[in-house]
Design a binder for this molecule. Structure first.
Ligand SMILES: [Zn+2]
Length: 444
């Protein structure tokens, strides 16, 4: 963000160049209803193994193959509706061939074994192992399909004495032979695969109850840390975002895992918070962003999720703006204006370089930095500008209506425009065309 840290990884949506034509593209012709994963992570080496069952519904005619995001795992023993099925894994994707073509509406159950070393998305620490963002590297899923929210059931087989985090709730913990303990998680709401995640290790932890939900603080750094001091502002932030969104903490609880370095990444039910970034921020609390930004994603990004990466500003512009709004609430107008100045500077730099693109622009950016400047900073500046344009009361009432109406679902920029038009009683086509869709008013 301001610091240039890798925060909330933005995504390369481009498909890898195809060496040989596939029967279908990743995720084409079906939608996932449920992922069920039995996972045995090796907390020492970072290797994973297990078995996965995916339930899908066919949406395209004559569906002959299910293609998932590529990863480095070895896939074997594939079954489609309990019949053996062919599987190939390459840089274009993992392709499961269906013994018989399926028609729209047909349900298919796919299951297979997997093992190997995930190429990305898994981090080992002195305390254990955690994941962030690249879920489809340690399981099989659709990494770039935020609009295909699905249920996740994750069974983690862990050594005795390990604590864990997962998506949704841990509904059972069972002792098994061989000094293993099964930690069973299930999502409480359909979740985009990039928000799947888990952590397992020996984590000192604290729990704090707030009127809006339960907070857990865990330490994965392997070093002593005063968790309640480091995360002291979180309860007040939860109250602020709950008030602004009109919704209590989604799922009723949220965990922050303190990790080494400057990592910053949300998952559905917990976030990775880099100790290095927190230490830097403590020198200037009024410009702190990491805790507030990742927490804001629990509402904007996780509960209300962009349908495609094209409208990713609805995740990241919102989270970035909400940090500024929090700072205004907590530290006053000057702190808010200071954030807006940063957004304006970023936009000015984009302008000078000819990359001041509409927020919903779907082309390729020359670098992640340009893309972030548009989707994070210009996105946040647009929300501040819209707030100014329609007035505080209408703005927050529109944000609340939008968040409540779409919680659990997915959105496009048009959904947000409609909510703000309804709240303000105004036609906002001109300002949305200028900032979001481009001058011609088309969404390209
Ligand atoms: Zn973010």
């Amino acid at each position: 963000m301001r610091t240039g840290v890798v925060a909330c990884f933005t995504i390369c949506t481009a498909m890898l160049a195809s060496a040989a034509p596939l029967a279908a593209q990743t995720g084409e012709g079906f939608q996932v209803e449920r992922y069920g994963v039995e996972l045995r992570p090796d907390l020492a080496s970072g290797a994973v193994s297990g078995r996965e069952t995916i339930t899908i519904e066919a949406t395209g005619a004559d569906l002959r193959a299910l293609v998932f995001s590529p990863n480095a795992l070895t896939i074997s023993d594939a079954l489609v509706d309990r019949e053996p099925a062919a599987v190939t894994s390459g840089e274009d994707g993992i392709v499961f061939s269906l013994p018989r073509a399926k028609q729209p509406g047909a349900a298919v159950e796919l299951s297979f074994a997997f093992s190997g070393f995930p190429k990305r998305g898994v981090t080992l620490t002195p305390a254990g192992m955690h994941t962030g963002y690249f879920a489809c590297d340690w399981m099989v899923c659709l990494q770039n399909a935020p609009g295909d929210k699905a249920d996740l059931e994750l069974d983690l087989f862990l050594p005795q004495g390990s604590d864990s985090l997962g998506v949704g709730e841990r509904y059972a913990t069972l002792d098994l032979p061989g000094a293993l303990v099964l930690h069973r998680y299930r999502s409480l709401a359909e979740t985009s695969p990039y928000l799947f995640g888990f952590a397992a290790g020996d984590y000192p932890a604290e729990t704090v109850e707030t009127p809006q939900g339960t907070l857990h603080y865990l330490n994965a750094t392997g070093e002593p840390a005063d968790l309640s001091d480091l995360f002291a502002q979180t309860p007040e932030m939860v109250a602020f975002f709950a008030q602004r969104s009109g919704l209590d903490l989604p799922g009723g609880s949220y965990a922050q895992l303190l990790v080494p370095g400057r990592e910053a990444q949300e998952t559905m039910s917990f976030s990775l918070i880099g100790k290095g970034e927190l230490d830097r921020e403590r020198e200037d609390p009024s410009s702190a962003w990491i805790i507030a930004h990742e927490l804001a994603h629990q509402w904007w990004g996780n509960a209300v999720t962009t349908q495609t990466w094209r409208d990713f500003w609805l995740n990241e512009g919102f989270a970035t703006f909400m940090v500024a709004a929090w700072e205004q609430h907590r530290y006053g107008e000057a702190a808010y204006q200071q954030e807006l100045d940063v957004f304006r500077d970023r936009r000015e730099q984009l302008r000078e370089r000819g990359w001041d693109k509409p927020l919903a622009w779907s082309g390729d950016y020359p670098s992640l930095g340009y893309r972030r400047a548009v989707q994070y900073s210009k996105g946040a500046l647009f929300l501040a500008t819209l707030r100014e344009e329609i007035g505080d009361e209408q703005f927050w009432s529109g944000v609340r209506a939008y968040t409540r109406a779409h919680a659990g679902g997915t959105v496009t920029s048009v959904d947000f425009q409609r909510a703000m038009e309804e709240a303000s009683g105004r036609d906002l086509a001109a300002i949305f065309d200028e900032w979001v869709f481009g001058e011609d008013g088309t969404e390209g």
